[in-house]
Design a binder for this molecule. Structure first.
Ligand code: NAP
Length: 239
C-alpha cells in the first residue's frame, strides 16, 4: 500500500486531495496547524491515517515534526505541499505572512522532502503552485511572486534530480480558481471549480507522474495568454 503525507490537509484542496488519495488506497499522514480539523478528516477517511500539527513557518520544528510523522508511518512514497495563504489588497504584515508560509515554509518542507527521497532512492513530491506564478499581479503582488518562486524552486530541484540520475519525481500543480475559503472575497473570479474536481485531477496528475498540470487544463490557455498580453491589456483582465 502506498503512503502519502499532505501538508495543508486541514482545509480546501489539501483536505479534498487527502480524501481522494485515501479512496485510491493510500495510507495518509495529515499535517497543518488546525489539528482538530485533521482529526475530523481522519475519522472520514477509509484508510489508516496519522496526524501531526505542523506550522511550516516554524521551519526547524516543522522539518523535525515531518521527520517524526514519516517515521511513525514507516516511510512514505509521496509528499504533497498544499499549505499556502493569500490576502486581497494585503497590508505589509500580511505580505510578510505570505512570504513566511508560501516561500520560507514551502522551501523548508520541499528541501526536507527532496533530501528524504534522495536518501531513500526514490519518491514523488507534489507542490501546489498557482496560475498566478506565470506573471505579476496587482491584487496580491507578493502572492504571485511567491508562486513564481514555488514553481521555479520545484523546476530547479527537478533538474537537480535529473542530473543525479535519481528516481525523484516532482509535480508542479497550477490551479486556476478552486472553491475553497481562499477564494472567498476574490474579485472577478471565473471558472471556479469544486474541490472534488480539483482533487480528482491532481490525483490523476500524480498517478501519471506529470511534471506540470494546470487544474483544469483550460487554465493552460489562460497561462499562455498571460504570457503574451501587453501590460496595459493584462492589467485590465488579471488581478
Ligand atoms: N483555491 C484556489 O483557487 C487556489 C488557486 C491556485 C492555487 N491555490 C493554492 O492551493 C493551496 C491550497 O489552497 P486552498 O485554496 O486549499 O486554501 P485553504 O482552503 O485556505 O487551505 C490552506 C491550507 O494551508 C494550510 N496552512 C496555511 N498556513 C499554514 C502554516 N503556516 N503551516 C501549515 N499549514 C498551513 C491550512 O491549514 P491550517 O490553517 O490548519 O494550518 C490549510 O490546510 C495553496 O498553496 C494555494 O496558494 C489555490
Amino acid at each position: 500500500m502506498e503512503k502519502a503525507v499532505v501538508i495543508g490537509a486541514s482545509a480546501g484542496i489539501g483536505r479534498e486531495l487527502a480524501k481522494e488519495l485515501a479512496r485510491r488506497g493510500y495510507i495518509l499522514g495529515l499535517a497543518a496547524r488546525r489539528i482538530e480539523l485533521l482529526h475530523e478528516l481522519q475519522r472520514e477517511l477509509p484508510t489508516q491515517s496519522y496526524v501531526k500539527k505542523i506550522d511550516v513557518t516554524r521551519t526547524e520544528e516543522a522539518r523535525k515534526l515531518l521527520e517524526e510523522l514519516i517515521r511513525e508511518m514507516g516511510g512514505v512514497d509521496l509528499i504533497v505541499i498544499s499549505a499556502g495563504v493569500i490576502f486581497q489588497d494585503p497590508t505589509w504584515e500580511q505580505e510578510i505572512t505570505t512570504i513566511n508560509v508560501n516561500v520560507l515554509g514551502f522551501s523548508a518542507i520541499l528541501n526536507y522532502a527532496f533530501d528524504y527521497f534522495c536518501n531513500r532512492g526514490s519518491g514523488h513530491i507534489v507542490g501546489i503552485s498557482s496560475v498566478a506564478a506565470i506573471r505579476g499581479g496587482h491584487g496580491s503582488p507578493v502572492y504571485n511572486a511567491s508562486k513564481a518562486f514555488v514553481s521555479n524552486l520545484m523546476h530547479g530541484l527537478r533538474i537537480k534530480a535529473l542530473r543525479m540520475n535519481s528516481k525523484i519525481h516532482i509535480t508542479d500543480i497550477k490551479p486556476g480558481h478552486v472553491s475553497t475559503s481562499m477564494m472567498q472575497g476574490q474579485r472577478g473570479a471565473f471558472w471556479v471549480i469544486p474541490t472534488e474536481k480539483a482533487a480528482f485531477q491532481i490525483a490523476r496528475a500524480i498517478e501519471k507522474k506529470r511534471k506540470h498540470a494546470y487544474i483544469t487544463k483550460r487554465w493552460g490557455i489562460v497561462a499562455w495568454a498571460m504570457k503574451i498580453l501587453p501590460d496595459r491589456l493584462y492589467s485590465k483582465f488579471w488581478s
